[in-house]
Write a protein that binds this ligand. Structure first.
Ligand code: NAD
Length: 280
């Protein structure tokens, strides 16, 4: 497994398992067991996924030592203050049955993110989180955060796939030495990206699936990926992407199919952000 070095010297496995929308304890536990078996060590959850507890149980049941695991969670938008963020973090730790997180993210740039960041800096300084970062932050959010931040985010986790490539943000994050992490790396099964003819042709040339080509494309852009699946065959397939590489020409062909097409919420839409704050 390739490791990326973050701006604070910590490393992150460049590929992990996402568990958004896994709403069944049995599915989650079998997916995590399967993932560990085929080499995954990085797991991405969030308080709002309501499955931290199951992930904690699944990891506790495995014989993989904690120091080999990389666990990410995210503070949800209903927490707006310093104290609420500290409390939410400790609840996540307890559910995940661990005494530290590898990465903790502000889930969206909703109200109060400068204060939330102050709390995360304090947890980081206390050694309870190895790296702190943000999610769904675009350049204006990052600039506002940096007016009060003492520590620069290590990671920005944002929607990214071949139909929403986030090229400008990718350049900006590179210039800031902040790692770009893709959520929805396969388009979340919402668009028909997995049937795109350009990707199908490249997949055939490498005798790989379209999903594998997409994941390989992310990796070659130095992007961290956390594809979600609960199916053993796909979990195995999605990590089997370190034995081939795309040519520069193939990378350019994929660059040309961008549609700037978001599949989910827009962090620049204040009404959308406000609407998320009442969710629990
Ligand atoms: P994804 O792009 O990983 O798509 C998952 C879907 O793709 C699966 O449900 C399945 O239908 C399909 N799939 C997976 N592997 C496949 C394969 N090999 N072949 C064919 N189809 C396959 O979407 P996602 O789950 O939304 O994103 C990944 C992870 O990112 C999440 O699980 C979560 O951890 C994180 N995430 C974060 C945010 C955020 O706001 N920070 C938002 C959404 C997701």
């Amino acid at each position: 497994m390739e490791q990326l070095k973050l701006n604070n010297g910590q490393t992150i496995p460049q590929l992990g398992l996402g568990v958004f929308k896994v709403q069944d304890a049995g599915d989650l536990k079998s997916a995590v067991a399967e993932a560990l078996k085929v080499g995954y060590r990085h797991f991405d959850t969030a308080t709002i996924y309501h499955n931290e507890e199951w992930l904690g149980e699944a990891l506790a049941e495995s014989d993989v030592p904690r120091e080999e695991l990389f666990i990410t969670s995210k503070v949800w938008n209903n927490n707006t203050t310093y104290d609420e963020t500290i409390t939410a973090f400790h609840e996540s730790l307890k559910k995940l049955q661990t005494d530290y997180l590898d990465l903790y993210l502000i889930h969206w740039p909703s109200e109060g993110y400068n204060e939330k960041w102050r709390a995360m800096e304090s947890l980081y300084n206390d050694g309870l989180i190895k790296s702190i970062g943000v999610s769904n932050f675009e350049k204006p959010h990052m600039e506002k955060l940096m007016t009060t931040a003492k520590i620069k985010p290590a990671v920005d986790q944002v929607e990214t796939h071949p139909y929403f490539q986030h090229k400008e943000l990718n350049e900006y994050l590179k210039s800031m030495d902040i790692a770009h992490e893709a959520w929805g790396p396969l388009g979340q099964g919402k668009s028909n990206v997995l049937e795109d003819p350009v990707l199908v042709k490249i997949a055939e040339a490498h005798d790989k699936s379209v999903a594998q080509v997409i994941l390989r494309w992310h990796l070659q852009r130095d992007i961290i990926v956390i594809p979600k699946s609960v199916h053993a065959e796909r979990i195995a397939q999605n990590i089997n992407v370190f034995d081939f590489s795309l040519t520069d020409e193939e990378m350019s062909m994929i660059a040309s199919i961008d549609k700037n097409q978001r599949g989910s919420g827009d962090p620049n839409d204040e009404e959308f952000l406000k609407g998320t704050m009442s969710r629990r």
